[in-house]
Design a protein around this ligand. Structure first.
Ligand code: DLL
Length: 430
């Protein structure tokens, strides 16, 4: 079942709609945002030069630095009297990225989150526990209003206080869990420790997002909770959650193409890549009022699939994000994504889903260390089995990454747990 007819338009229909909206938004951004006027004027580009979807390639990219340079409201296209909500993403360094919404933007946002939640299987009879942190982060309020729009009963518990989360989940009969995948994993562990029985929990669906997770990690979440685990994607700059999400086929995340035009580029050269090719996702907002962004570089690495889905939807699907281009580690000259390491670990029996990646420098040489928790702590007493397991992991990592890694098998529950976005990489080289 579709939430909206737009989800099953033909490619021609969706592209016609996109072109019309693209022309409008380019004009709008040029007229209302000095940053864009200058960027166009600098290269002698006029909004009237955009007459086909391909013409978008004439437009320069927008980056996170542009938003930071215009902190806080410099890229807004409307006066503050028309802004009704502000969010921000903290980032690890420097100024936060500030985003604004008009009333219409909020309406679009709720609609798009409703769409991805419905697509994943959420319905009006559901009880949805939002375990994202409420605040400037777009995750909690985004899912909150989207799920309300579907008619689900929203429980705005926020993140943290994990035992309480589990108690509420049991007592309130939560059926849909909204959180990061890493927090859902942590919650599963706490629930097991509390001795909560499966039959006392009614959870059936996970809406997971805001950070990368491998298919293997989501399979593990399905097993532990006895649920369907879906993932969805978004970023504050573009709107927050609601940019794309999986349907119940769980074979790529359908992009809301009526509101966002997606491209894939080579992050090194900026050259546009074809369907199926892996590169950096670039998004143009087609309908945003407060903060229109043209060709925004998300830094997220993915690919696009135009094949209609078995679910009947025709919206482009983006693959699970492999990582952010700025998360990519270069170790002894080799590109390594943390997600590759996660995939390897999740396929090995005997280790759990909690791990940490540490990169150091010894002399001139980079060293990669992977700390991973044993599933069963008793193994620590059996030197030979430990050595065998360690050798297997090292060998599999080497096959996938092409470099040697040091592996430490550590006690269950000894590594950090996360209530929001996980931070699994420590790069100590700088
Ligand atoms: O994380 C928006 C969101 C909230 C999406 C809740 C889904 C659910 P930011 O805090 O601005 O916004 O972070 C955006 O998070 O550029 C990606 O690098 C990463 N990210 C978000 N969803 C996924 C995902 C929200 N499904 C940044 N897979 C993005 C991988 C994701 N990375």
């Amino acid at each position: 079942m579709l939430w909206s007819k737009v989800e099953a338009l033909t490619r021609k229909e969706i592209e016609d709609m996109q072109l019309e909206r693209l022309k409008y938004i380019v004009n709008y951004a040029y007229e209302k945002v000095p940053f864009y006027r200058q960027a166009f004027d600098r290269i002698n580009l006029s909004p009237g030069d955009i007459n086909s979807l391909k013409d978008i390639e004439k437009i320069p990219f927008t980056t996170k630095d542009d938003l930071r340079d215009n902190y806080p409201y410099g890229m807004f296209a409307v006066p503050m009297k028309d802004v009704v909500r502000i969010h921000a993403s903290s980032g690890t360094t420097g100024r936060p990225t500030v985003v604004g919404y008009t009333r219409k933007d909020l309406d679009t946002w709720s609609e798009l989150v409703a769409r991805i939640a419905f697509m994943a299987g959420a319905r009006e009879h559901d009880i949805a526990q939002i375990s994202f942190g409420y605040g400037l982060f777009t995750g909690a309020l985004g899912l909150h209003y989207g799920l309300e729009r579907i008619g689900a009963a929203v429980v705005p518990v926020s993140s943290g206080n994990t035992e309480r989360q589990i108690n509420l989940m049991r007592d309130f009969g939560t059926t849909v869990l909204v959180s990061t995948p890493s927090y859902a994993m942590y919650m599963a562990e706490v629930s097991e420790e509390m001795g909560v029985r499966r039959e006392d929990i009614r959870l059936r669906l996970g809406l997971f997002g805001a950070e990368g997770s491998t298919k293997e990690m989501r399979n593990e979440l399905e097993k532990r909770w006895g649920i369907t685990a879906t993932e969805n994607y978004g970023l504050s700059e573009i709107i927050g959650p609601g940019v794309s999400g999986e349907c119940d086929e769980k074979d790529g995340m359908h992009i809301a193409e009526d509101h966002f035009l997606a491209e894939i580029i080579d992050p090194e050269t900026g050259r546009k890549l074809d369907f199926g090719e892996k590169g950096e996702l670039v998004i143009t907002t087609l309908t945003k009022e407060a903060l229109p962004l043209l060709r925004y570089r998300t830094r997220d690495i993915t690919s696009l699939n135009p094949e209609p889905c078995r679910c009947g939807r025709t919206l482009l699907r983006m693959s699970t994000v492999e990582g952010r281009s700025d998360d990519m580690l270069i170790i002894r000259g080799v590109n390594v994504f943390p997600s590759q390491i996660e995939s390897v670990l999740m396929n090995i029996k005997g280790v759990g889903p909690h791990y940490e990646i540490v990169v150091t420098k010894k002399g001139y040489l980079d060293e990669l260390t992977v700390n991973v928790e044993l599933a069963d702590g008793e193994m620590l007493d059996e030197y030979r089995r430990l050595e065998e397991l360690n050798a297997i992991i090292r060998q599999k990592l080497k096959t996938v990454l092409q470099i040697d890694a040091k592996v430490n098998l550590v006690e269950p529950r000894s590594l950090a747990r996360f209530e929001g976005k996980a931070r699994r990489v420590r790069d100590l080289r700088k």
